[in-house]
Design a protein around this ligand. Structure first.
Ligand SMILES: [Zn+2]
Ligand SMILES: [Zn+2]
Length: 147
């Protein structure tokens, strides 16, 4: 979670103008412990900024993604966003649809290198990896036990 001053500093480092909307979007993504879609961000921020348009959200999300400050995730039908942080996998619960972070720690390098090697063996170039795990989350598992 970032303060407004820290967000301005982050934007400055990436040569991005610290516009009012950009700061609000980044603040929301840093505060929420989740992986919001553009629509989630729009619904939340438009309560505070009634004049906000969806295209403003999309344009800013694209700029923030291009700068590397946030990451665009391809989970399900809609893109989701999160702060760029340590590489991790995502578990998507088949029951409740929640998305959980799975830290990869030291194993990330190993997974990345293996996939890179295998991809290049096929003559392709690896650009980025995204690891999505399908399963049942701990909360749904606990509920099931309690039934
Ligand atoms: Zn669940
Ligand atoms: Zn995540």
């Amino acid at each position: 979670m970032y303060t407004e001053a820290e967000i301005k500093e982050l934007l400055a480092k990436k040569n991005l103008f610290p516009s009012y909307h950009r700061i609000k979007i980044l603040k929301y993504i840093s505060e929420i412990k989740g992986h919001p879609t553009a629509e989630d961000i729009f619904i939340y921020l438009s309560k505070e900024i009634p004049t906000l348009s969806r295209s403003t959200i999309y344009n800013n999300l694209n700029a923030l993604t291009a700068s590397g400050l946030i990451k665009k995730l391809h989970i399900g039908d809609e893109a989701r966003y999160e702060l760029a942080q340590e590489p991790h996998a995502h578990l998507i619960c088949e029951k409740c649809g929640k998305v959980y972070d799975i830290p990869l720690g030291d194993k990330y390098r190993c997974i990345y290198e293996s996939l890179k090697e295998l991809t290049e063996k096929e003559g392709h170039d690896l650009y980025d990896i995204e690891i999505n795990i399908r399963g049942i989350c701990r909360e749904c598992l606990n509920k099931r036990e309690g039934e």
